[in-house]
Write a protein that binds this ligand. Structure first.
Ligand code: GLN
Length: 270
């Protein structure tokens, strides 16, 4: 029989960060992290020991903690996630905050989130602005399944449509278009550390700008008068995205920074 303290020692020996180990234990034991910290002597039964050991091994191999726990907090919402979707990042909350600022002055806005993955952006926007009509798309049916389940669990009325970028949206116009598309360049060494997440959500290959080009290039027929387009992009892509937006007739182009101080989101209106 293993105790919590012994499991934590095992985590350390496996190379798992202490906080991650506590969260894995809390998840398997269906307790909070503070309970784990206060109950060093609590016993684990055999299935719990096995589950904890398997999770430590996967974490040590680089699997995101969010996949092991099956959930990730984003903009105050607890989202369920699995390996079909990118793990929502705090950086993307900058995009949501910007969207909610714009929506504060709009009435009954139509919003779309292109490439929604877990549904993070669309659901956070609907949660922050219930009056908005929110649609979310993704080319991955598996991802849409995750997003739909999150919408249902959180009781947020978001509609979903399968399709790549604008393909799902023929004839539809929006007041606000949001996207965190794949933007990592094909040869970027950072991809190695992200190998557990769907490549489709991380990189379009090439210089990393293909999806951003497709979104900006195809936007015009889908933008209502005065509509805004807000895009997340790589730390070194703000200049390229700004140029792309101006090239396609957008105005008031500006960029916002993420929590690490990197230029992360660029937006403009028509
Ligand atoms: N921000 C993610 C990362 O660099 C990438 C997300 C994306 O490509 N949209 O880890």
């Amino acid at each position: 029989m293993q105790t919590v303290a012994q499991a934590l020692a095992q985590a350390r020996a496996t190379g798992v960060d202490r906080l991650d180990a506590q969260l894995i234990l809390a998840h398997v034991l269906t307790q909070g992290r503070s309970w784990v910290i206060a109950h060093d002597d609590a016993p684990l039964d055999a299935p719990q020991s096995d589950a904890v050991r398997a999770a430590f091994t996967r974490r040590a191999a680089g699997e995101p903690l969010a996949y092991l726990l099956g959930e990730k907090e984003f903009h105050g919402l607890l989202l369920q996630v699995d390996a079909n979707v990118l793990v929502p990042r705090p950086d993307t909350e900058v995009l949501v905050d910007w969207a909610l600022e714009l929506l504060a002055n709009a009435e009954a806005a139509r919003v779309v989130d292109l490439g929604t993955g877990s549904g993070a952006i669309a659901l956070a926007v609907k949660h922050g602005c219930p009056a908005a009509t929110v649609l979310a798309t993704d080319t991955s049916r598996a991802a849409l399944g995750v997003a739909r389940a999150n919408a249902q669990r959180l009781a947020l009325d978001v509609a979903f449509a399968p399709g790549s970028w604008w393909a799902a949206l023929a004839g539809q116009r929006f007041d606000l278009v949001l996207s965190n598309p794949p933007y990592i360049a094909g040869g970027d060494p950072h991809l190695a550390a992200l190998q557990h997440e769907p490549a489709l959500a991380l990189t379009p290959g090439g210089d990393g700008l293909d999806a951003l080009r497709e979104i900006v290039g195809g936007a015009a027929p889908h933008m209502a008068p005065g509509a805004w387009l807000l895009l997340e992009h790589g730390y070194d892509q703000a200049g390229a995205v700004q140029a792309l937006l101006r090239e396609h007739g957008f105005e008031s182009v500006s960029t916002r920074h993420d929590l690490a101080g990197q230029p992360r989101c660029t937006g403009a209106h028509r």
